[in-house]
Ligand binder design. Sequence first.
Ligand code: NAD
Length: 364
Amino acid sequence: MYNIAVLPGDGIGVEIVPEAIKALKAVAEKFGHEFKFEEALIGGAAYDAVGHPLPPETLEICKKSDAVLLGAIGGPQYDELPVHLRPEIGALLPLRKELALFSNLRPCILFPGLLQASTIKEEVIQGVDIMVIRELTGGLYFGDKYREKTLDGGEKATDILTYSTDEIERIVRFAYEVARKRRKKLCSVDKANVLESSRLWRETVSVLEKEYPDVETIHMYVDNCSMQLIRDPRQFDVIVTENMFGDILTDEASMLTGSIGMLPSASIGGEVGLYEPSHGSAPDIAGQNKANPLATILSAAMLLRYSFNMDKEAEVIEQAVTRVLEEGYRTGDLLSCSDSGGKEIKVLGTREMGDVIVEKIMLL
Ligand code: NAD
């Protein structure tokens, strides 16, 4: 019996998470596993209900579970709350810290059925398969932040960016181990020409590089990396980078796959892993059955692989997604320029997409 803490959160989170649960239940039935789901409040929904975006009961449920499945949090109605009560700063960041999730994996894979759904030319993105590994519990997002009044009556805002050798070493070692199991190419991304923290990052990678002679290491500045991702994404195998650079580069990388609604993520490091789509709560389409649930369903596949060591089960979900896309099923975000190789395109809502994935899982 495996216990999964379920945190739907806000906006489309409450629509996409049930679809991932449907997929997990189908896998449980097919392979004879038992998954127990325990739902808890997080984000704006938790603030509305109990006055805090990360209630202690939620943290407790997460800590005693075997894995956590999260939807998304946030929304414009929470943007003006005091900083510690805002969903991302008050819930997501402390949850990652409490669960010691220093490593965030975001696989950016182009599903063949979506070759024409990307805004980038087919010949540039065909075969893209990148694993972006983002440091998740350090850097600018976790540094001290404050404001001061200035003499001219204005304000000065400060965010502190800190990294220690230990923090860099553990994420880079992890990335080398992942690269060893893939195409053995590691691109470390920094801004060492300007930032001191990046200079330490680069020096640390240069020391570790000698321990992994079987992996080709390259260093790239983050501005160049953002350009190279669009110019020639196939040059990348594993990218490792610090927290904020990883946040921005993965949204950019998502467009290679057709939509941010396709990009799953796994956050690991401590005893309990956290799995969530890379996108936010999409308030513009929330409550309309329009959200793409595939990033969350693919996050559930990562949960099976990384937390439960269930490779076969994870592959069945990934295969189901591949087949469904090949057969021409699409949510609205995948529609632009989308072509299914001559097959008719069928536009589905969130729930209906979940249904066809479940059907496919059972058939595979
Ligand atoms: P967003 O990712 O929510 O949305 C960006 C765009 O992508 C929107 O047009 C949205 O409709 C679209 N989109 C996102 N996911 C989609 C899906 N599954 N299917 C179809 N279209 C999808 O980013 P944003 O608009 O910058 O942020 C909205 C809120 O989400 C903010 O409050 C932000 O703080 C929060 N946020 C939360 C997380 C998280 O929970 N991990 C991450 C990013 C942003």
